[in-house]
Write a protein that binds this ligand. Structure first.
Ligand SMILES: Cc1ncc(COP(=O)(O)O)c(C=O)c1O
Length: 441
């Protein structure tokens, strides 16, 4: 990027008034070299920045845009509804309509509670699990992220390239300073995709565990699929020990099919939380479950309040998204799946046609990621930390920007398709990918 670009100048100003120049670390110089492009507009599958550059976008707002940017149906409904009022913090007809639609789509949801962000929904879910079971402990997995709630900030951040030791040796790496020992003392961290590791923990502490929480697909170390039957094992062992099985579908919900990973892997979780795609660009999240679980929230027994809960405009966007995606027998979800799989295959094709760099591609439906690594697969957090060359990935992603393709330069994140992506976009991206790979040292 040119030193005198408008983005460069904005970043210099931003650094004087914003911490690291941004409002969430991954948007700044941590990932973008030497500074992020400042995005002015999004249209369909494209972003354009303040310097007039255009990018084919595969980050899609960290997965929050299943319909792509400024979809005409969303623009129309938001313009109309904004002119009637932004937020009332009262009971709303659209709130009932969206909850009814969700209950009709999600087999385990008898009821819905709307929140604003994935983090908030997760926080409420943990409190519900503790209240319902009368137990304190939470089991979470290495490399899984459930928002920035203190109790789950262990082993979620990628560590510097190193071996973290044998999987039988537990590691507890706090993701943040400022956490009290008390906030972490009831959190047990276990390697994922490893039945024996979970069995050992549950055999020892299972009767004190309120819930085991898992992402359906590991999406915060790139994209790592569960081993066949693994999540069913997690569910079963929860039942054996009377712990709740909590599936965090913040990333996978309304992304890998109409009923997410629960449907994809035949799961019956006690609690599911959603965020990101649910709001089609607006902050809206949801906690769902059967009546026996959701009643924990009744009359404030488990406290969950919020001025912005069930945000009005977000609900209208959500309603439009749900109807658009489920039209014609879930054709929208099928499109996301087909384009995601096509893009992953196209990258595999590009990689196979060259021998300069060893790259592997992993994906599930709409979600895909690639790794510069000598391994044949990245199977969990420890693999990611030890074997994925994240610095090279970052250089490559920044160079892809110069070729008009936008992916997050963080290898720990992931890329996604949307309704706006086409086979032509897949081909264009593959060409850019090939050129950038050729230029990479
Ligand atoms: C699996 C998962 N859960 C929860 C969250 C937190 O969501 P939010 O960023 O909306 O607070 C994220 C965010 O990336 C996530 O990936």
């Amino acid at each position: 990027m040119l030193p005198n670009s408008v983005s460069g100048k904005l970043f210099a100003r931003a650094n004087k008034v914003l911490v690291e120049g941004v409002s969430s670390a991954s948007r700044g110089a941590l990932n973008y070299t030497p500074y992020p492009p400042y995005i002015r507009a999004g249209e369909g599958a494209f972003l354009s920045d303040v310097d007039g550059n255009r990018y084919l976008d595969w980050m899609m707002s960290f997965g929050a845009l299943p319909m792509g940017h400024s979809h005409p149906e969303i623009v129309e409904v938001i313009q109309r509804e904004a002119s009637r009022g932004t937020h009332f913090a009262t009971a709303l007809e659209v709130e009932v309509e969206v909850a009814e639609k969700l209950v009709s789509m999600l087999p385990t949801a008898d009821k819905v509670r709307f929140a604003n962000t994935g983090t908030e929904a997760c926080m409420a879910a943990f409190r519900m699990a503790r209240a319902l079971t009368g137990r304190s402990k939470i089991v979470k997995f290495e490399g899984h992220y459930h928002g920035w709630y203190d109790a789950v900030l262990l082993n979620s951040n990628p560590q510097p390239p190193l071996s973290l030791g044998h999987r039988n040796d537990p590691i507890r790496i706090p993701d943040s300073s400022g956490l009290t020992p008390g906030s972490l003392q009831d959190t047990i961290v276990v390697p994922w995709n490893d039945e024996e590791a979970l069995r050992r923990v549950m055999d020892t502490a299972g009767r004190q565990v309120a819930c085991v929480v898992t992402e359906g697909i590991m999406t915060n170390m790139g994209v790592i699929a569960p081993k066949p039957g693994y999540l069913n094992f997690v569910e079963k062992i929860c039942r054996d020990y009377g712990a709740l099985f909590y599936l965090d579908e913040t990333v996978t919900g309304f992304r890998v099919g109409a009923a997410g990973c629960a449907e994809l892997y035949s799961l019956t979780p006690d609690i599911i939380t959603y965020g990101k795609a649910l709001g089609q660009g607006f902050p809206i999240a949801a906690i769902t479950g059967p009546e026996r679980i959701m009643e924990a929230l009744e009359w404030g027994k488990v406290l969950h309040y919020g001025t912005h809960n069930a945000p009005r405009l977000g609900l209208f966007a959500c309603k439009a998204m749900l109807y658009a995606m489920t039209k014609d027998g879930n054709a929208g979800f099928q499109h996301l799946h087909d384009i995601g799989v096509a893009m992953a295959d196209a990258i595999r094709g590009v990689v196979a046609a060259q021998s300069k760099h060893k790259v592997i591609v992993q994906g599930v439906g709409s979600l895909f990621q690639f790794y510069f690594t000598d391994c044949n697969a990245i199977g969990d957090y420890r693999d990611f930390c030890a074997f994925a060359d994240r610095a090279k990935f970052r250089r490559f992603a920044n160079s892809l920007l110069q070729h008009g393709v936008y992916i997050s330069p963080s290898n720990a994140l992931h890329n996604l398709s949307s309704l706006a992506h086409t086979e032509q976009h897949v081909a264009t991206t593959a060409e850019a990918f090939s050129r950038a790979l050729h230029e990479l040292d």
